[in-house]
Design a protein. Structure first.
Length: 178
């Protein structure tokens, strides 16, 4: 659970920081980017407080499923419509709900798996992994923002290089002498 929490927080923090800074690039001012960050943080706080109540009433696994969908599916909206400001606001609200809705359910999920045993150790280790993941994800998100041109070049270069390597590999595989 610690490694799952670590990897999930790395991915979410990259989205959290990278998309907020990418909202500055098209034509928007830093004030609008700060409003986007405020919407994301506000909805995250509200859903973080409501998640334990929801997990007690319904299954915790269903809560995690819905929140994971919220944090991943809306990233596709940013890929196709980053010129519209309302898409950034939509992303901030939906991502904030999913981002805050995950962490509050971990202690309840631990209690359902481990019973009434002491929960300080497992929950603390999970949140240690999550905190390290958030720190590392923020650093990676900042590095990707600083070197975006290089990353885009490398990203598109692999689409050229990988088919060439596959063609060379399959070309030599088909020249078998009988």
């Amino acid at each position: 659970m610690c490694s799952i929490h670590f990897l999930g927080c790395v991915g979410h923090s990259i989205n959290f920081y990278l998309y907020c800074t990418n909202s500055i690039i098209p034509k928007y001012h830093i004030n609008k980017a700060s409003i986007i960050l405020s919407f994301m943080s506000g909805t995250s706080i509200i859903s973080r407080f409501l998640t334990p109540l929801i997990c007690e009433k319904i299954l915790g696994n269903l809560n995690f499923y819905v929140n994971f969908i919220f944090t991943t599916i809306n990233s596709f909206f940013l890929l196709f419509g980053t010129s519209n400001l309302w898409i950034f606001y939509f992303f901030a609200i939906i991502f904030g709900i999913g981002y805050g809705g995950e962490a509050g359910g971990f202690p309840i999920l631990n209690r359902r798996y481990f019973g009434n045993s002491p929960m300080g150790g497992p929950t603390g280790i999970q949140f240690l992994g999550g905190g390290l993941g958030k720190a590392l994800g923020g650093w990676i998100g900042g590095m990707l923002f600083d070197f975006m041109v290089i990353m885009i070049f490398l990203f598109f270069y692999q689409f050229v290089l990988v088919p060439q390597v596959c063609l060379v590999f399959f070309y030599y595989r088909t020249q078998v002498k009988i």
